[in-house]
Design a binder for this molecule. Structure first.
Ligand code: SF4
Length: 337
């Protein structure tokens, strides 16, 4: 922005005013930049545009979770979720419209991949969510756990992270941003080298046979290779990789599986986040009982693996993990493009 201003013979301090207007105030048109001259506003409008994520709907769950339906200029829609867990207020955002990864326990997979979101559109999701917050609310954390595989859209993801964390942008600490991946290895290594955000890896099975069934990506990047990379990641001291494990009743939730998981994670600075399956119509799986979840967690803890259980939020409005499907909740299994 400074370079662009310089080329036009404008003072470079205007960059700060313009970026503060775009990111801090969240203006939707350069016309709203009333602190810069009109000629400059017109020039900005002639050369840049501000992608808007239009909030088309907000579904509020009984537990305070809010699911947003957001639409971009070309008609493509995504969902984001605001999760209040005081003192945290987390925004779960999408990196792609739909998803091409085909995880069997996820409603988004059934949509197939529509397209990647651009960096500015990912940022626009955050700006849109901010617009619907109550005056006393402030987002504290951002997680890339909505629709899409963020690392399959690497360049746009990193561009968005730069804006989300920059002082001239939205100013989030990278430690408060988590990127969740199914394990695209080359991009995982790059992300850890190039940013300081937190990494979460969706594991969900402790054998290649089962993981390949549940997550087709495992055929490309099998468990040994994935965990090898995780062992070698240049993580800052005291940082751990979070492994997400979706618990599916009768599929991957017995104690044998917990012990297998613990033994596979040996040598990895790991913590496990268990996600009891969140059902959606037409899903082939069921949620395990609370007792099963508790015993699975206990077993991992006994094996020395720090383990937490993710509370399901927004279940009643299909806003919980794995349920985002643009309201297309009854798409028959196998209908993914
Ligand atoms: S779990 Fe994530 S990566 Fe897998 S299909 Fe769903 S959105 Fe895509």
């Amino acid at each position: 922005m400074r370079q662009w201003l310089k080329l036009r013979g404008e003072p470079t301090y205007r960059a700060q005013q313009i970026l503060a207007g775009v990111y801090r105030s969240g203006i939707l048109s350069f016309e709203a930049l009333t602190n810069v001259p009109r000629s400059l506003r017109l020039a900005l409008a002639g050369e840049f545009y501000l992608p808007e994520a239009v909030v088309e709907g907000v579904s509020a769950a009984a537990d305070g979770t809010r699911k947003l339906l957001l639409r971009f200029g070309d008609g493509v829609a995504v969902e984001s979720v605001i999760i209040a867990d005081p003192p945290r207020l987390t925004l779960c955002i999408s990196s792609q419209a739909g998803c091409g990864m085909g995880c069997r326990f996820c409603a988004t997979a059934r949509l197939g991949l529509r397209r990647n979101l651009r960096g500015a559109e990912i940022v626009a999701e955050v700006l849109a969510a901010r617009r619907i917050l109550e005056p006393e609310e402030r987002l504290t954390n951002i997680v890339f756990m909505g629709m899409g595989e963020p690392l399959a859209n690497y360049e746009n993801l990193v561009e968005a992270i730069e804006v989300l964390t920059a002082n001239w942008g939205l100013g989030f600490s990278p430690r408060r941003i988590t990127v969740s991946t199914v394990g695209l290895l080359p991009q995982m290594e790059r992300l850890v080298r190039e940013t300081s955000v937190q990494l979460a890896v969706s594991l969900t099975a402790a054998t290649d046979k089962l993981r390949s069934e549940l997550m087709p990506v495992n055929r490309r990047f099998p468990l040994d290779a994935l965990l090898d990379v995780c062992r070698r990641l240049p993580l800052p001291q005291r940082r751990r990789v979070t492994f997400e494990y979706v618990l599916l009743a009768g599929i991957n939730d017995d104690l044998e599986e917990a012990r297998r998981l613990a033994s596979r994670l040996r040598g990895v600075r790991a913590k496990v986040n268990l996600i009891p399956f969140n059902p959606f119509p037409g899903a082939a799986y069921q949620r395990p009982t609370e007792e099963t979840v508790r015993r699975f967690q206990q077993e991992l803890l006994q094996c020395g693996v720090p383990t937490t259980v993710r509370r399901s939020r927004g279940l009643d409005v299909q806003a919980a993990c794995g349920q985002l499907a643009l309201g297309m909740h009854a798409v028959p299994e196998g209908a993914a493009q």
